[in-house]
Design a protein around this ligand. Structure first.
Ligand code: FAD
Length: 534
């Protein structure tokens, strides 16, 4: 049997979460730590998602770590929204600066993690058979790292090439002269289609769910803005930490009903011109009240009808069946305009569903669409998928998959009863995907570090969420979602609806990051109330 590496802590994943967790546990608490990462390089999401048009929707000056003043001062972003190459340069800079690479093992996929009760430690196995023994196990595997390919009959017969945006080939894909079919019109599909259309001979976009999208209006950052960022790190950090979504702008105090219809339209128009996720922040009741939301929804639908010239295509694109921002709200660069190109067609799958993939393309009910390349922009088995793929077993050999048979249950998205000393960064039940994630990640990593530090100072060997605390938190997660329009889009991936057989449970905590932070801080201040500290 291969000898096992013994550690205080093992971290899985080398994206934003894993890198910072390594730094905190190793350099602040002085623990022996290793990070295992399946990819050959660091970067997580931004290593895997290099599809054409890939770009962050968070604004660059807030999509970063805030824990180190020096780091903030020495890094400058070049564009309003950074793309994968720039984010990867940033994360590599972070890794170099804090000397992280020496404790990361790349190309190492975790396939099993068992809790050994007698020894109170985790035994972790990798795909190549290596073993690691660690007191603390931190799953920093991301919310969106388990790519999902829909089960469409015939894919294995397809004679052309197919790719998933979340596992994009590093050498890229040459679309020149090719007939391309794109399945999926979420945030990723909306980014990819305009860029694919520029080089492909023809692009067919297969749409199951029509989506709202607001222009991103990406641009190089002006010297004046960079100067502002350089001298306002503290204020930017404060805004991000105190708003519900962790973005660097505040949500307006006004409600839709506080203004006249003409004022409202002018506000939307200005937000549309400014671009980006700030559109959602124009009124405080947009995500709380369906009637208020309808006004934003109608505004965007009218824009779609105005932009897209072909009336039938415009109708299908604007035929949106959920409230604005109830699904992850995309922002785009020329998405709707792309449908005015001669080489782009939309297939509305609600009217003309896919029957199968054939050797030469995709057959929908009405006809065959000949294709050379199929691009799956079909997203992820979000939030629970990456955790379940770790093969985790806790007390008494209980599989995480079994514990979560009816849907994920966690305490604060940080721990699962029955799985002692296992911490999840941005796990289900945390604000995670509803936020500008580096802000949420810093909060989680710092809380986990604080908790482990407390355990070591107080001779606590084992930290485990109480079942009652988890049940209470699950209820709060549900309640928080039910107070918003997010609960009205039951076919969203927030509910797991994109994965056949996945329990329909609203997974992220919609009560806001600031509120969540206060709850976590309070739990810690009360001696980790709701956790058994044995
Ligand atoms: C296309 C796309 C666009 C996004 N845009 C935004 C945005 O605009 N704003 C925003 O805030 N967030 C955005 N996100 C979310 C993004 O995932 C987070 O911002 C952030 O990158 C998450 O960092 P992480 O370290 O938690 O997870 P990840 O970056 O996903 O890293 C997790 C790592 O764990 C590794 N891993 C997983 N399973 C295993 C295993 N079994 N063994 C070993 N390693 C494993 C993966 O390879 C991966 O490298 C986007 C996500 C996607 C996919």
């Amino acid at each position: 049997m291969v000898s096992a590496t013994r550690l205080d802590a093992l971290v899985i994943g080398a994206g934003f979460s894993g890198l910072y967790q390594l730094h905190c546990l190793r350099d602040r608490l002085g623990l022996t730590v290793k990070v295992l990462e399946a990819a050959p390089e660091l970067g997580g999401t931004w290593y895997w998602n290099r599809y054409p048009g890939a770009r962050c929707d968070s604004e660059s000056h807030s999509y970063c770590y805030f824990f180190s003043r020096e780091l903030l001062e020495e890094w400058e972003w070049s564009e309003r929204y950074p793309g994968p190459p720039e984010i990867l340069r940033y994360l590599n800079h972070v890794a170099d600066r804090f000397d992280l690479r020496r404790d990361i093992r790349f190309g190492t996929r975790v396939v099993a993690a068992r809790y050994d009760e007698a020894a109170n430690r985790w035994s972790v196995e990798t795909e190549s058979g290596e073993r690691y023994l660690a007191t603390y196990l931190v799953a920093a595997v991301g919310c969106l790292s388990a790519a999902s390919i829909p089960d469409i009959p015939g894919l294995e017969d397809f004679a052309g090439r197919w790719v998933h945006t979340g596992e994009w080939p590093r050498e890229g894909v040459d679309f020149r002269g090719k007939r391309v079919g794109q399945i999926g019109t979420g945030s990723t599909g909306i980014q990819a289609a305009p860029v694919i259309a520029q080089s492909a001979a023809h692009l067919t976009v297969f749409q199951r769910t029509a989506q709202y999208s607001v222009p991103a209006r990406n641009q190089p950052l002006s010297e004046a803005f960079r100067r502002y960022v350089r001298s306002h790190h503290e204020e930017i950090r404060e805004v991000c930490r105190s708003t519900p979504n962790g973005h660097p702008f505040r949500i307006a105090e006004r409600k839709v009903s506080d203004v006249t219809a003409a004022e409202r339209e002018a506000i939307y128009e200005a937000a549309w011109e400014k671009g980006g996720l700030q559109f959602r922040a124009t009124f405080r009741d947009l995500v709380l009240d369906k009637a208020a939301n309808d006004t934003a929804a109608e505004f965007i639908k009218a824009k779609i009808r105005e932009i897209v010239r072909d009336p039938e295509t415009a109708r299908a694109l604007a035929d949106i069946d959920h409230p604005y921002a109830a699904k992850r709200p995309p922002i785009d660069t020329d998405y709707f305009e792309t449908f005015n190109r001669d080489n782009v067609a939309l297939v509305d799958l609600r009217a003309d569903p896919v029957e199968r993939i054939t050797p030469s393309g995709i057959r929908t009910r009405s006809r065959e669409h000949p294709l050379d390349i199929i691009v799956f922009a079909t997203g992820f088995d979000a939030m629970t998928g990456p955790l379940l793929r770790l093969g985790i077993r806790g007390r008494g050999g209980l599989a995480l998959a079994e514990a979560w048979r009816a849907g994920p249950s966690t305490y604060l998205g940080l721990q699962v009863p029955g799985f002692p000393n296992l911490f999840t960064v941005t796990g289900p039940g945390s604000p995670s995907v509803l936020t500008n994630m580096p802000i949420a990640i810093e909060q989680h990593v710092e809380w986990i570090t604080g908790c482990i530090g407390y355990m070591r100072r107080n001779g606590v060997a084992c930290c485990e969420a109480e079942p009652a605390a988890a049940a209470g938190w699950d209820e709060q997660v549900n309640e928080a979602a039910n107070k918003t329009v997010l609960a009205l889009a039951r076919h969203s991936w927030y509910f797991g609806a994109n994965i056949p057989g996945k329990p329909r449970v609203f997974m992220p905590y919609a009560g806001g990051l600031a509120r969540y932070r206060a709850i976590c801080d309070d739990v810690a201040a009360r001696g980790y109330a709701g956790f058994v500290m044995a």
